[in-house]
Design a protein around this ligand. Structure first.
Ligand SMILES: [Zn+2]
Length: 504
């Protein structure tokens, strides 16, 4: 997944651990214009205050909440509500006034397993999962009808209305994957009067996909082999296709908490998604990011008023399409968007077979969304921090697969850390991080085994320290990211925050 790093550092030893904050912090606190890039990592207080054992406690609590509430924290399920209460309670105890940002969203689900079978010229059943899968957001229907290949020898199959000229009303369209979206192929079939669509793969393996919004007719993705069989069956081919699905409008919410002090017109947003998949307790994905942001927020409140306002976000419904963060950004006025200096995202920081991945703010990797200006500065801050700790880090794609997506689309500089999900560790990365080459960074990603005993605690420590460092640095100044330089607002705060040191 990430590209090869240019540097190689040994794993950290006790000797390279951070020292406690010293006198230089006083100089910074007096507002003598030091930007975070010039601050020494060893002067930061927050990485010391944010302790891995406290993050671990939050993760254990999130696992317990899942265990007793249906085994998950999935959106709009009881486990999510109780986890949200936990986060709100913890934030209130730390002096925050958290608010719910509520939204509605469409949830697609299947009430019974889909069926794909050949009924003529010979009967032949196909196996769900192995031979075919329902496309997400497939419409419902149960049809037995002729199966008609639609320009199916090419990957442009079904991409134009012309492909369907003479298509018999009520038949099932058989199309090949490629060139245009599954949505377009399915819509063209529906427009031509098809009662269903089978899209077969053009490479080995199952064809998982989505048609985005509920389609007018049922649609499944089949393997390349199934496609070849259907095409070979000839003119007498008849199929049964049944999908029992529905779209239900649900409601959920994100949790937002702001620091009491700090400039309202220069806000640093720090986010992690609180929901998980239905299949497990989601302790790494994303109990880890949630716990670290929560503990960072709690400890940050101890530091006193910052220069810039911090806004901590615990997103809902990430696993069903980045819904909470997208609805949040969509709900902001342009003025509110302009007041956001940057967004930091933390989605999985304790992967079992981890890497230290920094989001590609320079936009150097192939799979990255174009990063808004300032994102490269965020990447550099994290890279410099890890380097100062004698730790290797590597860039990872801004793939659009987490909650930074809506912020980036709104033009907000973004960054963050990630310990890896379904990518595979290389031999070289084993030298940097330990672990096992040829295995996923998180072998338990989206499974029932995403539990506390699978977490790598070095990963949690390193990445949460990086998070805490960035939060403290950007609370002080976002100059390198958006050009805004502020000094501390009041003398009162300085004395408050550094009472002991001030008197010396
Ligand atoms: Zn996640």
């Amino acid at each position: 997944m990430p590209s090869t790093p240019s540097r190689h550092f040994p794993r950290r030893t006790a000797a390279t651990r951070r020292r406690l904050a010293g006198g230089a912090t006083v100089v910074m606190a007096l507002g003598l214009g030091m930007a975070p890039t010039t601050a020494h990592a060893d002067d930061a207080q927050l990485p010391t205050l944010v302790k891995t054992e406290n993050i671990r406690s939050h993760m254990e609590n999130l696992q317990t909440i899942a265990e007793y509430n249906g085994g998950n924290r999935a959106s709009a399920e009881p486990g999510y509500d109780i986890a949200a209460k936990y986060v709100i309670d913890q934030l209130e105890r730390a002096g925050y006034t958290p608010e719910k940002h509520t939204y509605e969203y469409d949830n697609w689900n299947e009430n019974s397993p889909a069926v794909l079978a050949q009924t003529a010229p010979e009967e032949r059943g196909f196996t769900l999962e192995d031979d075919f899968v329902t496309m997400a957001y497939s419409g419902a229907g149960d049809t037995t009808a002729p199966g008609i290949a639609v320009n199916a020898e090419t990957d442009e199959s079904g991409c134009s209305a012309d492909d369907f000229s003479g298509f018999p009303e009520g038949a099932i369209a058989i199309v090949q994957r490629g060139t245009c979206t599954f949505t377009e192929k399915t819509q063209n079939a529906a427009d031509a009067g098809a009662a269903g669509t089978v899209i077969f793969n053009n490479e080995p393996g199952p064809l998982l996909g989505t048609v985005g919004e509920e389609s007018a007719i049922p649609v499944v993705g089949a393997t390349e082999e199934v496609g070849a069989e259907l095409l070979a069956a000839g003119d007498d081919l008849e199929l049964r296709l049944s999908v029992d699905s529905e779209v239900v409008t649900k409601s959920s919410y994100s949790i937002i908490a702001e620091s009491k002090g700090g400039a309202k017109d220069n806000v640093v947003v720090v986010g992690a998604h609180l929901d998980g998949v239905p299949d497990g307790p989601g302790v790494n994905d994303n109990g880890s990011g949630t716990a670290a942001v929560l503990e960072t927020a709690k400890q940050f409140a101890e530091l006193g008023a910052p220069n810039n306002k911090l806004r901590f976000a615990f997103w809902g419904t990430e696993e069903e399409g980045l819904v909470g963060s997208t609805k949040y950004v969509e709900g902001l006025s342009q003025k509110e968007i302009d007041r956001i200096a940057l967004y930091l995202n933390f989605d999985m920081i304790g992967s079992h077979n981890f890497g230290r991945f920094v989001y590609d703010g320079r936009g150097e990797l192939d799979g990255s969304l174009p990063p808004p200006a300032g994102s490269a500065a965020i990447q550099k801050l994290f890279e410099d921090y890890f380097e100062s700790q004698g730790l290797v880090s590597e860039p990872t794609e801004f793939s659009g697969r987490s909650d930074y997506s809506a912020f980036m689309e709104a033009g907000i500089a973004s960054g963050g850390l990630f310990s890896g999900a379904d990518g595979v560790k290389t031999e070289e990365q084993v030298e940097y991080y330990g672990g096992t080459a040829g295995e996923q960074y998180d072998p338990y990603y989206h499974t029932p085994e995403d539990t506390i005993d699978k977490i790598d605690w070095d990963s949690v420590e390193d990445l949460s320290n990086g998070m805490a460092y960035a939060v403290e640095a950007y609370a002080d100044s976002t100059l390198p990211v958006n050009g805004v330089l502020r000094t501390h607002q009041t003398q009162e705060f300085v004395a408050d925050r550094l009472g002991d040191l001030w008197l010396r």
